[in-house]
Each structure stands twice: as C-alpha cells, then as structure tokens.
Design a protein. Structure first.
Length: 585
C-alpha cells in the first residue's frame, strides 16, 4: 500500500471510529448537563426539549461520519466548463501605495469608533448584561430566553466584561473590533468589482459612515453580521468561478460565524442558494455540465445548514417560541412596508446626512442605478448575493405578518456604498469624455464627489457623539440629584432595565429607591404606599408603552407632566422624567 493510500485509510477508520463514539454519546448523554434558564415574559412552553434535539443531532452526526469514512471521497475540482465564467474583470493596476492608504483608512475607522465609546448603553445593550451576567457560557449557548441574545456577541461581551469590568466600552469592544475589520474587508470585496482607487473610496466611505459607526458602537451582533455577510458573499461568488477547496471551507467558516452573530444570516445563506441556482442556469445556457456544480452546492449548503443547526440545536425550541411571541407584537417593531417603517428609515438616514439627504436623494438614486448596472456586468453573483438577502427578509416578514426594524436591513448599507461609488465612477467617466478632459481627471472627479459624501457623514458625527444612544445614566443621575430623601423612582415598562443597571451603580436598591411598574394597579399601589410629591416616573419608548399598555399610558399623560427630557439617537428612545400635576388625585 502506498503512503497516500495508508493515510486515506487511516482517515477513513478515524471517521468511522468518531461516528461510533458520537452514537454512544447520543445514547449516554446525561440530562444533568442541561441547565435551563427560567423564561422571560409570558411565552408558551417549547414544543420539544432542546436536549432531545441534541441527541438526535448527535445521532445524525454519527451516521454521517460513518458514511463519510466508508465512502472516503476526496475533493475533486470541477473542470472549467462546469464552473461559472464572469466576463467583467477589474483592472489590477491603480494606486501603487494602496496598502498604506488602506492602513490609514482602517486607522481612521478605529479612531472614529473609539470616540465616545463609553456613552450610556441603551436598552438592548443592557438587557443581555442583566440576563446573562451570572450564567455560564454553556447556559448562554443552550438557552434562548431573549431575542437580544446574539450568541457570539453575548459570549464575547461576557469575556470582555469579565476581563475589564462591566464598563460601557468593554461591552462594546467586540462590536468595535468587528466594525473596524469590516473596513479592509469591504475593500477586498469591492476589488472583485471595482479598481483599486474606487475600492479605497468604498472603504473610506464605510470608515466615516455615521450609520456604520453607530452599529460598531452598539454592543450587539450587527457589526459581526455585516462583516461575515459581505465576506461570505464574496467568497461564495469567487468559489463559483474557481471551485477551490480553501474557498469553500473559508466560506463555510464565514457563514457559520455569521449565523452565530445574528440569526438573520440565514437569509444571507438563502440568498446564496438563489445565486447558486442562477449560476447553474448560466452554466447550462453556456453548454457546460450542471451536475458537478449542483452536487457541490448541495453539499456546501447541507454542511452550512447543519453547522448552523448545531449552534442552536439545544436552544432551537426556545428560538421558535420567542420568535413567534416577539415579532408579532406591534410594539416590537413596524409592519413591513408601513408608513411608520418608512418614516423610521427616513429619520435614521437624515440623522447621518442631515438636510443634504433631501438635496441628493433623487440624483443619488440615479447614480446608484448606474452603479448597480456596472457592478452587475462585472460580478453579478457578488452583487446579487448581497442584495437578495434583505429583499428575502422583507418578503418573509410580509408573508409571516411579522414586524421589522430598519436595523434588520443593515446589509443595505455596504450595498448602497458599493453601487453609489460605482455610479459616481461611471458618471465621472461620461463627464470626462463629454468635456474632453484628459483621462487623469477621472480619478480626481471621482475622489472629489465621493469625498463630499464622506464629509457630509463626518459632519453628522459631533452631534452623534454628544447624544447617547439612550441616556439612562444621565437620567438616573439627574433624578438622583433632584429627589428628596425617601422619594421613590418608578421605572415604567421598558425603562426598568436601564434604571436597574444604572441605579444600582450609584447605590440604589430595588424596592427602596426604585421599582418597576407595568400596570395601572401597580402604579396605584405605589402611589398609595408613598406620600404625594415623593414619586418620580422614568419613561422611555412611548410608542411601545402606548401599544402594549394603553391604560397606563393614558393615566400617565392625564395626571403627570414631563419635567425633564433626555434626547437619544435611538428612535423613540428619549428618556423622560415625570412628576404629578398639582390637583391630581
């Protein structure tokens, strides 16, 4: 037997042995390892135990390993006629000093994401800290008691806060690092469609983007999701053309990390499947064999789905229950295609560009269409892999009657930057030709126009840095200075977590200094227990309060008045402090 054959035989025996070991583990797995956390809120029990699903998954793993070991197939590259062919290629020439420019842009991105990183946390950053600060990493992985549990981010935040303390900057550090890494990553993605200068401009716009800085300073999984979504899309598009093992393996790693970051990465995976089907049609139309690529895609998507399933296999029943309970609640978001959602989109966009948005909206859309056409001609699989995912998510919400928020469509941000820069490049080419300028002016015009857009985003940052996402720390500190000894603070509905987090930091005790109120009877109970004039209310997210607890909202608005309001960058996230009107009973 030749040495390579001996190695293959050893690997096959090892796989069979591992499969048998997993089969034994599935039979002998102890229930004592499962540590369920109590549910948060009024949700029905899961339809099946996650521990049962884990046993089933281990048994399937065992079967797959044994079958793989018995078959022993090695990776064989698909011949060129069975792979996708792209006619549009970018010019490799361009800015010779691009590594230095990219390094400078990445450093700028880091600096902009570190400014004001210690500002007040908002509700969705606070609740994972409160829910998971005292549980083990194993319990984080095997439980889903809140839709705010972005798995990878929760684990990383537990790590950083255990190392540095429960500071705002420590909680946001993982999101910042993923956000900074996205800047060189989008340059690499853009290089598959654009020349070096334009790709550097794409990276620059993302580096100074108000909205990307916002999410890079948000202790959630969105910046990691964005990074993995664009990288996996670029890897997938390239693998369709080259069909190399390292590309498929790296793609599977990227998409799995994405699923661990945010569950909406499943829409990215679904978008890749659609692109794969279009690629198969293109291969067939060219007269190439379809079966090899079909088999490759079937195997890759099966592995990707299987890896994603394993990340959540124990928590999957809870995921199913919470998704059904949370995203049908009107207070949790906005109906798809509603005017409320469009207004929230407009508010978020105007925060990043100000009045300039109204001026450039129409010409900007026309430029973006030109850019989209150019990019489709150069690398349609990559552009569609990014563009289809948000569309599929919107369609899923419409069909399922689910509510959504603008942040769910964050993948539109890099897509917009790519098509706008490409559109500016094409518009500049047309302008230079029409005026008769020398070709060297092309780069100057492109840099000038894109630079103006970047400057508009930079101009919005001082106001962003000056205003917390949700100013719980400032509101709690103000009322602590204003209240008299013996006064109590009532945290109304969604304000509870913020008051608990920042109140306990300054020595407040629940029951003595503050308490949570989520109903009119609870409010009356507190008013009966405390003298008139000794009660303060803290309120946030008034829309959610109005929709979830209309009687409590009406009571507060009738008998109380706002004495101080702290603005927020989160929509509807301002924190207000209320006192009873004189004469209210």
């Amino acid at each position: 037997m030749h040495p390579p054959d001996a190695k293959r035989a050893f690997r096959r025996r090892a796989l069979v042995a591992a499969g048998l070991a997993l089969a034994a583990a599935a039979l002998l797995l102890s229930d004592r390892w499962y540590e369920p956390l109590p549910p948060i809120g009024d949700v029905p029990p899961p339809p099946i135990s996650g521990w049962v699903l884990l046993r089933i998954a281990l048994a399937l793993d065992a079967v797959l390993l044994v079958l793989t070991g018995m078959r022993g197939r090695a990776f064989r590259r698909i011949p060129p006629e069975g792979r996708l062919v792209l006619s549009g290629a970018t010019d490799p020439a361009g800015v010779r000093s691009w590594p230095w420019w990219l390094g400078a842009v990445t450093l700028l991105a880091l600096v902009l994401r570190l400014v004001a990183i210690g500002s007040s946390l908002w509700l969705d950053e606070i609740t994972p800290l409160l829910y998971y600060r005292d549980v083990t990493a194993w319990q984080v992985v095997t439980n889903y008691v809140s839709s705010n549990n972005h798995l990878l981010n929760t684990l990383l935040v537990k790590l950083t806060t255990s190392m540095f303390g429960e500071w705002e900057w420590a909680a946001r550090l993982p999101a910042v690092l993923f956000g900074v890494a996205t800047v060189p990553a989008i340059y690499w993605v853009a290089r598959a469609m654009l020349p070096r200068r334009a790709s550097l401009l794409v990276a620059l716009v993302l580096a100074v983007s108000y909205h990307h800085i916002f999410f890079s300073q948000n202790a959630r999984g969105y910046s990691a999701y964005l990074l993995t979504a664009i990288v996996s899309s670029a890897l997938f598009a390239r693998a369709l053309v080259e069909d190399r093992l390292w590309l498929w393996v790296t793609y599977l790693c990227a998409i799995t990390v994405g699923v661990a970051s945010l569950l909406i990465t499943t829409f990215v995976l679904a978008a890749h499947a659609v692109v794969g089907l279009i690629a198969l049609a293109a291969i067939r139309r060219r007269g190439g064999p379809v079966a090899p690529m079909l088999g490759r895609l079937a195997g890759v998507f099966a592995i990707a789905g299987y890896l994603g399933l394993h990340l959540y296999v124990v928590a999957l029943p809870q995921v199913y229950v919470y998704m059904g309970a949370v995203y049908v609640d009107p207070a949790a978001g906005f109906q798809a295609l509603s005017t409320e959602l469009l207004r929230e989109f407009a508010r978020g966009l105007s925060a990043g560009f100000g009045v300039a948005l109204a001026v450039v909206a129409v010409p900007g859309a026309m430029v973006a269409l030109l850019g989209a056409r150019r990019l489709l001609g150069r690398n349609w699989p990559l552009l569609l892999a990014i563009a289809i995912a948000p569309a599929m998510q919107l369609a899923f919400a419409i069909v399922g009657g689910l509510v959504v928020s603008p942040r769910f469509f964050l993948l539109l941000l890099p897509l917009a930057i790519l098509v706008v820069v490409a559109g500016v490049e094409e518009t500049a080419e047309r302008l230079v030709r029409r005026i008769g300028w020398p070709p060297s002016r092309l780069g100057q015009v492109t840099v000038l126009v894109v630079g103006l857009g970047a400057a508009a985003s930079l101009a919005a940052l001082p106001a962003y840095y000056a205003t917390p996402k949700q100013p719980f720390r400032e509101a709690v500190a103000w009322v602590d200075r204003a209240r008299a000894p013996g006064d109590i603070v009532l945290a109304i509905q969604n304000a509870t977590s913020g008051v608990e987090f920042y109140g306990t930091r300054i020595g407040w005790t629940e029951g003595r200094d503050f308490t949570s109120v989520r109903s009119v009877p609870a409010l009356d109970e507190q008013l009966t227990a405390h003298p008139a004039g000794s009660v303060w209310l803290l309120v946030t997210f008034p829309r959610a309060l109005r929709l979830d607890l209309p009687d409590l909202d009406a009571r507060i608005r009738t008998e109380w008045t706002i004495v101080r309001e702290f603005p927020a960058t989160i929509g509807d996230g301002a924190v207000t402090i209320w006192r009873r009107r004189s004469g209210s009973r």
